[in-house]
Design a protein around this ligand. Structure first.
Ligand code: ATP
Length: 303
């Protein structure tokens, strides 16, 4: 497999603590890589190191195989990033902001602006200044800015933060379009795990500056624990029945319980019937990214 980014034992030590503690990860070419971690796990520090805004205290990384010097500087030109809210000039139009970005990057004004505006769905904003843009429009303009140098690796830190449902859908469609139609590899950090699960082809779970697990979306779908939610007249006899069958379960309320794994449903129904426990509903549920994450790192949901 070809990798756009590989980090090896990356560390970042601040005076009062470690933001990264031996982080090793690999982002395959063509993937949408979802980086998942609680607040303070080290996601932003990692992204800042990749962008050259911070230096690692130890460890190394390669971008398109380049580790240092002019080669790394060249590889960085193939990367675009949007870290949290983009810095925009509010009194300029979308096109005006892009023209400035071209100038900052030393790019010729080669007529890329109308194409970029079309790509992010801002082609009809005309003379409207950014001051009047919705948050969703600003975020999409931020992505257009990150795309100015025609990168094929895009790094997005919390791109859906604060967006309304419509804005979230537009952002999702844009990221999918960039990945599928323009072959851009995307590294995206997000707290919105449900949203991330609609996009990502690979996940990296990071905790206390370390990579806890990397897993492809396919592998996650195949191996994620499945649950069956039972609604019953009374869960009291249920524990005995499930214990006898050797199943893993969780009683949720006096009338609901989750059973994990792949139980033999016909046998379970029969056993419940014999215990005079009336089954009212049975529903299959796949494990969510959130419950997988919580099982991995434990604690509160603060991803
Ligand atoms: P969030 O989701 O809240 O943005 P994160 O995963 O991006 O969190 P980081 O911002 O990378 O986490 O922070 C990792 C750890 O490093 C935190 O404990 C943070 O307080 C600390 N940290 C980050 N930047 C600095 C800094 N400049 N100086 C000192 N400590 C820092």
């Amino acid at each position: 497999m070809e990798y756009v980014l590989q980090t090896k034992e990356l560390c970042k030590q601040y005076r009062h603590g470690r933001a990264l503690d031996g982080l090793t990860m690999s982002v395959p070419k063509g993937s949408v890589y979802g980086l998942i971690g609680k607040n303070g796990a080290g996601k932003t520090t990692l992204i800042q190191i990749l962008c050259g805004l911070q230096r690692p205290s130890a460890g190394s990384f390669t971008l398109y195989g380049a580790a240092a010097g002019p080669e790394l500087a060249r590889a960085r030109r193939r990367m675009g990033a949007m870290v949290e809210t983009p810095s925009l000039y509010p009194d300029r139009t979308a096109a005006g902001n892009l023209a400035l970005q071209n100038r900052v990057l030393g790019l010729p004004d080669d007529g890329n602006i109308p194409g970029l505006l079309r790509l992010v769905g801002l082609e009809n904003t005309g003379s409207k200044t950014v001051r009047g843009f919705s948050l969703g429009m600003r975020q999409r303009l931020g992505i257009a800015l990150a795309l100015c140098g025609s990168p094929d690796f895009l790094v997005l830190d919390e791109p859906t933060n604060g967006l309304d449902p419509q804005g979230i859908i537009e952002m999702r469609e844009l990221i999918l379009k960039l990945n599928r139609e323009h072959q851009i590899t995307v590294l995206i950090s997000s707290h919105m795990l449900d949203e991330l699960s609609r996009l990502a082809t690979r996940y990296g779970f990071i905790d206390n500056g370390r990579m806890i697990r990397e897993i492809s979306a396919e592998e996650f779908a195949r191996t994620g624990r499945r649950r069956i939610r039972l609604t019953l007249s009374d869960t009291r006899p249920l524990a005995r029945v499930l214990d006898e069958m050797g199943l893993e379960y969780k009683i949720l309320s006096p009338t609901q319980a989750d059973v994990y794994g792949h139980p033999n449903v016909a046998r379970l129904t029969r056993a419940l019937d014999e215990a005079s426990c009336k089954l009212q509903e049975i529903r299959e549920k796949d494990e969510t990214l959130e419950s997988y994450f919580l099982a991995l790192v434990g604690g509160d949901r603060r991803a």
